[in-house]
Design a binder for this molecule. Structure first.
Ligand code: NAP
Length: 247
């Protein structure tokens, strides 16, 4: 199947495709005709992705390890070629009020959510520059704009991601490469499952759409930004939050 860029077998890479939002993104990109590679942190997770992805494949990648990132990108390039769509979706939370936050929880969240994005993007960018085409899409969070008590580490990483994306957009625009952020509100995944009923109720009171978002709501916006129609959209943040935060 071809995709709407007219590139034979356009390759997309989605980090953190084993669950939640990344899984939905990988699925929608397959439907749009991409050959999708999706990553998990374990071999079991990678195998499960392979079973779902048809012509694509699941691979192990830890975005906090430069060697793991390099190895994974090399495998994709050897097997299939240069990814022209990169979705930086992998992320973690380690919530704690700042006074009680340990250095390692700060560092882990910055490393996975921000430095990890830099590592993976840098590793695929050379190929995109050579191809003179690319779509970089980074999954941030509404919390990067609004802040959230207990999430200073996560909010700092996600806000940083937006500055990263805008700067990169300016560096690569002339090569037909776009860099955009998708900022979900509260989406029903493992990440939000851990919230207490009380937390969920108070969240819901602030969502005019009166429901948590579904991973597919986010995936549809990612598929749009990856597509040919979005070629003139760059350096932007697309909020997907049911109205809980308006820009
Ligand atoms: P999730 O269900 O917890 O899944 C996280 C994914 O990231 C998994 O595939 C996980 O792989 C992968 N991952 C974790 N640490 C990694 C690492 N060091 N290296 C590579 N991959 C790693 O999360 P989600 O809710 O779908 O969230 C996806 C993205 O959306 C995140 O960036 C998150 O911050 C953002 N987001 C989520 C929400 C929400 O409400 N859910 C809201 C705003 C933004 P394993 O399965 O192998 O652990």
């Amino acid at each position: 199947m071809s995709n709407d860029h007219g590139i034979e077998q356009a390759i997309a890479l989605v980090t953190g495709a084993s669950r939640g939002i990344g899984r939905a993104i990988a699925g929608q990109l397959v439907e749009h005709g991409y050959r999708v590679f999706g990553t998990a942190t374990s071999a079991t997770g990678a195998d499960a992705i392979s079973e779902r992805l048809g012509a694509g494949q699941g691979l192990v990648m830890d975005v906090t390890e430069s060697s793991s990132v390099a190895h994974c990108i090399e495998r994709i390039q050897e097997q299939a070629g240069v990814p022209v769509v990169l979705v930086n979706n992998a992320g973690i939370t380690r919530d704690q009020l700042l006074l009680r936050q340990r250095d390692e929880d700060w560092q882990a969240v910055i490393d996975a959510n921000l430095t990890g994005v830099m590592r993976v993007t840098r590793a695929v960018l050379k190929g995109m520059l050579k191809a003179r085409f690319g779509r970089l899409i980074h999954i941030s969070s509404v919390v990067g704009s609004t802040g959230n008590p207990g999430q200073t580490n996560y909010a700092a990483a996600k806000a940083g991601l937006e500055g990263f994306s805008r700067s990169l957009a300016l560096e690569v625009a002339s090569r037909n490469i776009t860099s955009n952020v998708v900022a979900p509100g509260f989406i029903a995944t493992d990440m939000t499952d851990s919230l207490s009923e009380q937390q969920k109720e108070s969240l819901m009171a602030n969502i005019p759409a009166n429901r948590l978002g579904q991973p597919e709501d986010v995936a549809a916006c990612v598929a749009f930004l990856a597509g040919a129609e979005a070629g003139y959209v760059t350096g932007q943040t697309l909020h997907v939050n049911g109205g809980m935060y308006l820009t």
